[in-house]
Design a protein around this ligand. Structure first.
Ligand code: HEC
Length: 299
């Protein structure tokens, strides 16, 4: 038994004082605070989030996944796609573009505004005012106030302008999405397949980026057939290879030249592969929301 100054360890600090309740309440407090901060508070903030209103249509976003895509989410989980792919786009801020939509009637006043407030190195002509509207006259203005002040110079001259909200950040520069992901994007996902590793690209908006079903099927069967030196593993067991019968199947994968099965054979996706691709096609973050505004591209 270790002795210090003649006292046993349990005698140090108050001798017979019982510390059980103190330890119990400290532990209780620590768990209670974290439960409050990590579970209750988020639950009250976003636990009952309703569908968002988009383009004046109530209860419009997000759209529920079709049944096949819903099954595909399970295939995605079962195959561990989430270990290499995230589904959360990040954004560092917004910049603003000013777009001239209508020059109005006082063209010389608009021309003067252009020469006074746009690129001083360029001398604008009257044709710049009238040609090819709508036209982005100012790109990537860092603040909304500055963009509004500039577009006011044009509205004062009788023109009409639009302010476009353009999200920026590394993920957006990579083409992974149009804006950051927010809680509303995952309303129909149980559980949300957020992922934390990015061995491959983020897939939050892959349905918009790569809409072609055959591309996805070929990519899953043989990633290197469509992406040079791809490091993604192939998922061949989601397909069956069979001898071509009297006529080739309409469902068979269409490979780029030099890839695919040997002559006389065709590759047919299983239901699981089809569902998985339906899920990938359903992944799209394309609505402008109150908490994550953006100017959506024209449909
Ligand atoms: C070991 C890591 C890994 C796993 C597991 C993985 N992927 Fe990938 N994935 C990658 C890499 C790396 C790329 C980039 C190269 C490419 O496009 O093939 C990629 C690319 C993709 C792309 C193209 C995205 C784009 O923007 O070009 C899709 C779609 C995709 N993966 C879907 C899946 C699905 C579905 C699964 C599960 C069945 C999966 N991945 C499993 C690593 C992985």
């Amino acid at each position: 038994m270790l002795r210090r100054g003649g006292l046993l360890p349990h005698q140090i600090g108050g001798g017979v004082m019982n510390r059980g309740p103190v330890i119990f309440f400290s532990a209780f407090l620590a768990f209670a605070i974290s439960f409050f901060a990590f579970v209750l508070l988020p639950q009250t903030q976003i636990g009952r989030q309703p569908l968002a209103t988009v383009d004046g249509v109530a209860n419009a976003y997000p759209a529920a996944r079709p049944g096949e895509a819903h099954q595909g989410a399970e295939i995605y989980r079962a195959n561990g796609c989430v270990t290499c792919h995230s589904q959360q786009i990040r954004q560092t801020g917004n910049v603003f573009d000013v777009v001239l939509t209508d020059a109005g009637t006082n063209l010389t006043a608009v021309l003067t505004a252009m020469n006074n407030h746009l690129n001083p190195a360029v001398e604008f002509a009257l044709t710049d005012v009238t040609n090819a509207l709508p036209k982005t006259i100012l790109k990537a203005v860092p603040t909304k106030a500055a963009a509004e002040a500039l577009s006011k110079k044009f509205t004062e001259a009788g023109a009409k302008t639009d302010l476009r909200v353009m999200p920026v950040g590394p993920d957006i520069a990579r083409g992974w999405g149009l804006r950051r992901s927010v809680a509303a994007d995952y309303l129909y996902d149980t559980p949300p397949l957020l992922g934390s590793q990015r061995v491959g690209p983020d897939l939050a908006n892959v349905g918009m980026r790569l809409p072609d079903a055959n591309w996805h099927l070929v990519h899953l069967y043989q990633p290197r057939a469509v992406v040079k030196d791809s490091a993604m593993p192939p998922y061949r067991y989601l397909f069956t290879t069979r001898k071509i019968g009297a006529t080739p199947s309409a469902d068979a994968l269409v490979f780029p030249a030099g890839f695919g099965p040997e002559a006389g054979y065709e590759v047919i996706p299983t239901d699981a592969a089809r569902a998985l691709v339906a899920y990938l096609q359903s992944l799209r973050v394309d609505a402008s929301l109150f908490e994550a505004p953006m100017t959506a591209p024209a449909k």
